[in-house]
Design a protein around this ligand. Structure first.
Ligand SMILES: [Zn+2]
Length: 121
């Protein structure tokens, strides 16, 4: 696996925690995910690996690039709606980070490209 920005690692942790909360609540699993949720999680991880924003990204819920397949988008919405508020109880640290990351203004790919072309500030 290639080197990853902490921002992406954190987003993965958050998604991982949210999917576990959702699966436990809906599919009565304990610790391990059901096949459907496991598939969804690996899909979400794959999208994050390919996310063009990387450290610049806002949270996926606010992203302007809709990179999820329609079917997966529906699932991520359900997972977020259910697990979002519960994250505060399960992982307050992650939930806070997530709220903070979400305050970052979502950018377009064009803006990111311009920034990169200018090089590091
Ligand atoms: Zn499940």
């Amino acid at each position: 696996m290639s080197k990853q920005h902490p921002r992406i690692m954190r987003e993965k942790k958050t998604v991982d925690a949210m999917v576990h909360i959702y699966c436990k609540g809906h599919h009565e699993t304990k610790g391990e995910l059901c096949p459907e949720c496991a598939e969804f999680l690996s899909y979400a991880f794959m999208r994050l690996d390919k996310c063009p924003f990387q450290e610049e990204k806002s949270t996926c819920g606010k992203c302007l690039v809709h990179c999820y397949q329609p079917q997966m988008r529906e699932k991520v919405k359900k997972v977020m709606r259910y697990s979002g508020p519960r994250m505060l109880l399960h992982s307050p640290g992650l939930a806070l980070h997530h709220a903070f990351d979400g305050r970052k203004k979502p950018q377009t790919l064009e803006e990111i490209r311009k920034k990169r072309a200018q090089g590091p500030a």
